[in-house]
Design a binder for this molecule. Structure first.
Ligand code: FJE
Ligand code: FE
Length: 296
């Protein structure tokens, strides 16, 4: 049976903006043009030069997926969990009921830290679970090369028979694709009930049944119907990600770093964070070592 090809229904160019402290981001999902794309809340292509970064801030009700492309990036949370991301490293953080952390480039380093941060919403039943991490150094991120010059990293889900070990509470796929030469083609399967998009990083390619052409910093929203997306490289060195997930179809009430289902739950999140309760114990007293280093 022939599979139905998804097409591109919308193309949005990310505009450069500032967030955190002086940190440059190209926001894809999470702007006026694309408020959210259930189950995704935000995608930022961050491009941060020290001393800019994301000092201590809270999260509740969703997951943050940080995938580093260039440079070095460090993180530390209020329970002492700390780590360093180098190119190709993946951190899949389930904030659940509460994480307070700092995400900063490494001090003394002049190179920019460049990567992607995706926010995946959690179902109502999972919003208040214990926080947890899935962390993969670059050499533990699985990859597949179906043809010479086509290199795919399987961050989540499956591509060309290769499966990621990442557990996604909200069913999600996240594929990083590099096509070295103009004219190369690939095709990615997408589960029929997933909503998805492509975010372009480099080069020029044509995507989907509609043969939509795009270059860097574009978000291409996929049609909901279909189970596959074909791609053809129209330049050398194409780099893009394909991200899709099963919509939760639940109400979304977001206030910055808290994403819940009702306004009352947002007020509760503020109160919990302020008073250091219901998962935010110790949040106010916490002093980040990496933030201290970074200020000196
Ligand atoms: C945040 C301000 C912020 N995009 N991309 C408010 F700066 C942040 C925040 C980030 C962030 C972090 C990384 Cl590592 C990459 C990002 C925003 O930390 F979450 C809110 N609410
Ligand atoms: Fe964060």
């Amino acid at each position: 049976m022939a599979s139905v090809t998804r097409s591109i229904v919308k193309s949005v160019l990310s505009r450069e903006q500032m967030d955190g402290v002086g940190a440059r981001v190209y926001r894809s999902i999470g702007t006026q043009a694309l408020r959210n794309l259930d189950p995704f809340l935000m995608l930022d292509e961050f491009d941060v030069e020290p001393p800019a970064g994301f000092p201590l801030h809270p999260h509740r009700g969703f997951e943050t997926v940080t995938y580093l492309l260039d440079g070095k990036f460090q993180h530390e949370d209020f329970k002492g969990h700390r780590g360093l991301l180098t190119p190709g490293c993946l951190q899949w953080m389930t904030a659940g009921r509460g994480i307070v952390h700092a995400e900063l480039p490494v001090k003394g380093q002049t190179e920019r830290a460049h990567g992607l941060q995706l926010w995946v919403n959690l179902a109502s039943k999972d919003k208040m679970i214990e926080p947890s991490y899935q962390e993969f150094p670059a050499d533990k991120v699985v990859s597949v090369s179906p043809t010479p010059g086509l290199d795919i990293k399987v961050i989540a889900g499956e591509s060309y028979g290769t499966k990621s070990p990442v557990f996604t509470r909200t069913p999600t796929m996240f594929i990083d694709v590099k096509m070295a030469k103009k004219g190369l083609t690939m095709e990615q399967s997408i589960p029929a009930d997933f909503r998805g998009f492509i975010y372009t990083l480099e080069g020029k390619a044509s995507f989907g049944g509609s043969k939509h052409v795009a270059d860097a910093h574009h978000t291409l929203v996929l049609s909901d119907e279909g189970t596959t997306i074909p791609v053809e490289a129209l330049s050398d060195n194409c780099h893009f990600v394909i991200i899709a997930g099963r919509p939760l179809n639940e109400p979304i009430v977001q206030y910055g770093p808290f994403v819940m289902n009702t306004k009352e739950e947002i007020y509760q999140a503020f109160a919990d964070y302020e008073r250091g309760q219901n998962g935010f114990e110790g949040a106010n007293e916490f002093v980040s070592e990496i933030e201290k280093d970074w200020k000196n």
